[in-house]
Design a protein around this ligand. Sequence first.
Ligand code: PGA
Length: 253
Amino acid sequence: MRKQIAAANWKMNLTLDQGIKLTGEILSGNIELHDHQQVVFGVPFPYLIAVKDKIKEKANYFVSAQNCYFQKSGAYTGEVSAEILNSVGTDYVIIGHSERREYFNENHQMLAEKINLCFENKLKPIFCCGEPLSVREANEQNDYVETQLKESLFHLSEQQLTGFVIAYEPIWAIGTGKTASSAQAQEMHAHIRNVMASKYNNDVAESISILYGGSVKANNAKEIFSEKDVDGGLVGGASLVASEFLTIIQSLK
Ligand code: PGA
């Protein structure tokens, strides 16, 4: 079975103490994860080492950065490279979140370069895609997401894409309390898998974990995750509350 993942995206929230406390509360939920299930904490850069240390005894728990820079190294004051992230024990990196695309003008090409740097530095990308409301209203979401995949992923090899992680996050559902229906999520996830199967092959497409993101909560996770092509979630707001996130983890297939 392909990996089923509950990934927390803390965004720019929580102090270090609060983050460590939250991580502790989630670990003490003592959820028995199956081999195909993973929990990922997407934390602010300064907390990576501390959260990694906190989870080190636990199998199937991982730490993720929320971004990395698209250049290898050098005079880029304030930026953090994939190599730096690897050197502090980071497992995953969220790439191309819609907030980064929108507020920091990240384009397809930059994201492709970030993904290459992740691979060079043994980091697993979580590649985000998803359409804004205007595109959904015009019913052009399939083409929109296909372009995002094509422009940032299609240079990768079959081997690199085997077991890859994509997060579909319709922008109109992020932080709005308005979730895509499980049918809408399933429809797009199946489309993403088809796009990858047409460019590569079925085996590659079937191996990719496709997470849904956008107002996933304790009370809707089970229904969304039960869809055939939904392999867990990328969770913002609800990942900041231990009881919510624990229920979301327990909702994994
Ligand atoms: P949300 O955020 O769960 O608060 O909607 C999801 C995300 O942006 O990853």
